[in-house]
Design a protein around this ligand. Structure first.
Ligand code: KG4
Ligand code: ZN
Length: 366
């Protein structure tokens, strides 16, 4: 179960058969008029959606909803009337980081169901879900791999050594890449979330009319900074208006989108290449996860740069790049299979540094 932000998602993963069913409901339309996610509206909408979606996904997977709930003996067990107690071996839910009210909805429902069904509940770190998402695909990358996580909330380069073994090599010091896309899209009059719309507009833009800086490239290390780009876009729009005495026309907006997109993509690719080179042969694969991973220009440029170094680029399929529950089900299943134990806590953490994670059994992870 995933409910950390503005997507309600439920999925069922089986260790022997893979992903059995998954659904995502996005609240984007609900938040669009506000220009961003409104936490209270998000929580309320999760409450509305989550239970019907659980029933639907269980039905999609061909699993019966138990007719009667009550603490039971676990999967496959039989209650007093001979009723099957639990359709699953465990319940995984996103425990953070995210909007705490939204997280609490999924966490409380998941923990409650697990208790009623007599199975364990695992609180999963949302970013662990994103980092492991490529393992849902038929040709998964081998550990260790380098992950570029680029979403609306995060921009990070992570060394993924195995389940629960993550080292953050660099991250954004201010806005995430997706956030910068969305804010600049807003300046161009595009509706929230505007990242994909800006990318579409950039397709008809001309290179070179608007030049943007490549933030942090002149400094050593693997950190990013994108808030200056949004300011540069604002200054460029105002400058053009002053010069021409009228707002940017359609071609001008496309040109600006093109220049902005190139600056972000170049920066992401350059830092990823820097991490690959610093790894000196450690990585056979680089994985791109998060919504900005859907960006076509990023995919092209990164593929070319990685190929030149004999490194493969893996992308989860687009619906597993953005927020989904398949990645949470997968991570929870991996943790349970590796011996993670659970207690009755309802875990919801707005902030949760990924480096606090450990492999199951190594140290208490929650
Ligand atoms: O991972 P995600 O679905 O949500 C989280 O932030 O967790 O990422 C959404 C972000 C948004 O900022 C959206 O504008 C951006 O990904 N995005 C894109 C593209 N498609 C989605 N940014 C640039 N180019 C795209 N094609
Ligand atoms: Zn996410």
């Amino acid at each position: 179960m995933e409910s950390s932000c503005d997507e309600t998602a439920v999925a069922i993963y089986a260790s022997d058969r893979g992903l059995l069913a998954h659904r995502v409901y996005t609240q984007a339309d609900l938040h669009e008029i506000w220009g961003g996610v409104v936490p209270e509206l998000a929580s309320r909408d999760h409450v509305r959606r989550v239970t019907p979606m659980i029933r639907q996904v269980l039905a999609d997977a061909g699993l019966a909803v138990p007719p009667r709930a009550g603490p039971g003996p676990g999967p496959g067990g039989r209650g007093p009337g001979g009723a099957p107690r639990s359709p699953v071996d465990g319940v995984a839910y996103t425990a953070g980081p995210g909007l705490v009210g939204a997280l609490l909805v999924g966490a409380a429902v998941a923990r409650g169901l697990a208790y009623a069904w007599g199975v364990p509940a695992v609180g999963v770190h949302h970013l662990e879900g994103h980092l492991l998402a490529p393992l849902l695909e038929v040709d998964p990358p081998a550990f260790p791999y380098l992950a570029l996580l680029v979403s609306g909330g995060h921009t990070m380069l992570v060394d993924v050594e195995g389940l629960g073994r993550y080292r953050v090599l660099g991250e954004s010091l201010d806005d995430a890449a997706g956030e910068a896309f969305d804010k600049t899209a807003k300046l161009l009059g595009l509706a929230y979330p505007g990242g994909a719309k800006l990318a579409r507009l950039a397709e008809s833009g001309r290179e070179g009319r608007f030049e943007f800086p490549r933030p942090m490239l002149d400094r050593p290390g693997l950190d990013f900074s994108f808030s200056g780009l949004k300011t540069a876009a604002l200054v460029a729009i105002a400058g053009s208006e002053r010069e021409n005495g009228r707002p940017l026309d359609e071609q001008g907006r496309a040109d600006l989108a093109r220049g902005f997109e190139l600056a972000v993509v170049d920066t992401l690719v350059a830092k990823t290449v820097r991490a690959l080179d610093a790894g000196a042969g450690r990585y056979r694969s680089v994985v791109v996860a998060g919504g900005v991973g859907a960006n076509r220009r990023l995919r092209e440029r990164l593929a070319a740069a990685a190929r030149a170094r004999g490194v493969e680029v893996h992308y989860p399929r687009p619906e597993f790049c953005t927020d989904n529950a398949a990645m949470i089900a997968f991570a929870g299943h991996a943790r349970l299979a590796a011996g993670e134990t659970t207690d009755l806590r309802v875990l919801a953490r707005a902030r949760w540094p990924i480096e606090e994670l450990a492999p199951p059994g190594a140290t208490p992870s929650q």
